[in-house]
Design a protein around this ligand. Structure first.
Ligand SMILES: *Cc1c(COP(=O)(O)O)cnc(C)c1O
Length: 380
């Protein structure tokens, strides 16, 4: 039996090599050139207004929090309401800027529960960080309303949401800033990169300086003559980071973005096969998708009792699923909030991400589903 892995990225190899070859022949692999082309392709694809290509979503999330804090006049220790059911980089981004992650609970979509969020708002709350888990928008609409009502900023960790549509429109525009990931196992694969999309044009212009050590290129583009002299007369406005993306990653992204719509279509097909196979087994809990949405289907998640034993059983049958995620409050960094989110904790103990990638056949999906069904029936 062939092993079935959780994620296997699909690269269009010949096309990707051609795009990379262009960079190598030109002798330009860094910031600019393909990164600009990719930013444009991204704006066309999503219909968003601004986008800056960064070297990871983690870097993007950090700068999202940093710039909102800076311009909002937030103080150290101010609060950002966030989810415990995420990759730690969402919550680290809050800590990088000396703010406090306040954990709200999740709902049946495994995304932030609006009621739990609203109950945690204090005079020190500045923002909500929302994760569209697996590409599911959950109750994003209600979170947007709550943020408006309480004058909070909304940061969308859209690491799983490339291609997700809500009410017919690509997600991202609802938030003050949205951050997408193009890490290799995400649904628009490069090797490592991401996109930070501010709704405010001024912040988009500013973040371009922050991702390049605070260097203000405008000063030298003003000083520069047509022969390109005086390039060294740039200004450095602040202690920025080295977070910008490069042309090799953008070259990969430019190829992946051409296919992501049809790739997501196939992901949804796989999810549909799983849904059908599990329909008659009530001990395998399914995760609802938001109404009127077309989710990217970065993940296919189920909930089962005795998750760890189920994982071992699947492993014995050469099936290698994953867990997204453990409740972050089990980690030492976040243990001050341990146990404050019972739904997230219960999901954290029961959740499995089943194999979902473009090389899976319908037979593979049947093998995974039948093995899991076999497990729950044997252990009843
Ligand atoms: C992958 C991921 C990130 C981080 O993305 P990188 O591009 O690897 O830095 C952030 N949040 C979530 C929910 C993720 O899954």
């Amino acid at each position: 039996m062939e092993p079935i892995q959780l994620f296997v990225p699909t690269f269009r190899i010949e096309e990707s090599l051609e795009e990379i070859r262009v960079c190598l022949e030109k002798g330009w692999t860094g910031l600019g050139f393909k990164t600009i082309e990719f930013e444009k392709a991204w704006l066309d694809f999503t219909g968003l207004e601004n986008a800056h290509f960064v070297d990871s979503a983690t870097a993007g999330l950090h700068l999202a929090v940093k710039l909102l804090k800076l311009h909002g006049g937030w103080a150290d220790g101010d609060e950002v309401i966030t989810t415990p059911l995420t990759f730690v980089s969402s919550n680290h981004a809050i800590l990088y800027e000396n703010l406090k992650p306040v954990f709200a609970d999740v709902d049946e979509y495994l995304c932030l529960d609006p009621a739990s969020v609203e109950a945690l708002i204090t005079p020190h709350t500045r923002a909500v960080l929302y994760v569209g888990l697996g590409g599911n928008p959950g109750q994003l609409d209600r979170i947007v309303e709550i943020c408006k009502k309480h004058h909070l900023k909304l940061i969308l960790d859209a690491a799983h949401m490339t291609g997700t549509r809500l009410h017919g429109r690509h997600v991202g525009w609802q938030a003050d800033v949205s951050v997408f990931s193009f890490q290799a196992v995400k649904n628009l694969p490069t090797a490592d990169s991401g996109m930070i999309c501010f709704s405010d044009k001024a912040l988009d212009a500013e973040v371009r300086k922050w991702t390049w050590l605070g260097i203000n290129k405008d000063t030298y583009s003003r000083t520069v003559s047509s022969e390109g002299t005086y390039k060294w007369y740039y200004d450095v406005e602040f202690v920025g980071h080295k977070y910008h993306g490069n042309s090799i990653m953008a070259a990969l992204g430019l190829v992946s973005i051409k296919y992501v719509e049809s790739d997501n279509e196939y992901r949804r097909k796989i999810a549909g096969w799983y849904d059908e196979l599990f329909a008659k087994e009530p001990r395998i809990g399914l995760v609802k998708m938001a109404p009127d949405s077309v989710p990217s289907r970065h993940l296919y998640q189920v909930l089962v009792d005795e998750r760890d034993r189920a994982m071992s059983y699947l492993n014995e049958h050469k099936i290698y699923p994953g867990v997204h995620y453990r409740d972050n409050t089990v980690y030492r960094m976040y243990e001050y909030a341990d146990g404050t989110c019972p739904n997230a904790r219960s999901a954290s103990d029961r959740i499995i991400s089943l194999p979902l990638h473009l090389r899976l056949t319908e037979q593979d999906v049947q093998r995974v589903a039948n093995t899991l069904i076999e497990f729950v029936q044997l252990s009843k």
